[in-house]
Write a new protein. Sequence first.
Length: 402
Amino acid sequence: MKNKSILFVCQYFYPEKVSSAVLPFELSSELAKYNYEIKALVGYPHEYTENRYVKKVENINGVFVKRLKYLSFKRSKVLGRLINYFSFCIAVLFHHKYFKNIDFCISYTNPPLLPPIIAWLSKKYKFKYIFEIYDLYPDTAINAHMISEKSKITKMFNFLTNYALKYAYIIIVLSQECKNYLLQTRQLDSKKIEIIPNWYKQQNIELKTYPKKTLKILYGGNMGIMQDMETIYNTIINLKNNSKFEFIFAGHGTKKEELINIIKENHITNCKIHDFLPKNEYDQLMDSVDFAFVSLEKFGVGLGSPSKLYGYLAKGIPVIAIIDSNTDIAKDINQYKNGILINNGDYDCLVNGLNYFYKNQNSILNMHYNAIKLFKEKYTLEVITKQFKNILEDRYEKEGTI
């Protein structure tokens, strides 16, 4: 019997280092071990890689990769991001014949115009479309008060998103709250929606010794509209120039400039800020810290999930989760005791918590072991790939196709 073929379509892919590139590459590479015929139609790398020249076509880890050239403007400007999105989607459409004779196609919510295009192509070429949702448009922009719920842009994006959801064979979300949100806001069959969280590859773990003179707390990744940075701002202001704590920020996003200004205006000396770091440097940074922030605005519940969490768990780093208690992350913390749960805006509780753990540093080591236990049970690449494979096979068996 012919091996089932799976095509991954995404803007970012290997050798780019952002999570939206790393995750599809790792999953496709792992699925290739199960005798699937794996292909990837992806954007040519521009900003998230150190490689100046990358082959347009190559086979990596059993994945046949075809990279598409598209316009690349600075992402710091909205117009630049829009041009990049449109350009990549047009490039995909020009290669529509690449979708012939495949069994499955997996695509993601970025760029936002890509899912309805893949849904349309699935009707044209009769493949099964798997829609993996990292961000939901236009809901994120509406809830962040960036656009009006009644605007023409909102109506257009609602139509496109609903079209993609309607014709998806499987909809994959990252958490139970994401599934709940979809069911509350869209007319969908719950059986069509599967929960598969993100993951991280197993890591070498640096065992720390306590007590320490200074505890290091990391914020890594995007500082955008979905992240609750306000609670973190107030925390670093309250603990400014306190030698017991050092706050380290590494990443980018629309709120980064705001962070820089707050540090300057308040003359805060116990904070360090890095730009986007290559993976090896970021891994070294993670080895040096004692806690790591993950945060999500209240309005973001059900619309996304902090992707950096899984790397922290893999490294055994206790997390400080500034997030609603009705989330899978919060439920994990309550069950595994792998970090601290903070309500949005409650920086007093966070400051008191950090002071408590400074005085009781052996508790940090307990959370370290609990984080490793949680990671190994739920969030390794191998665990998630088996979930993915089992879902594909179960669905096909029920339809009598395999």
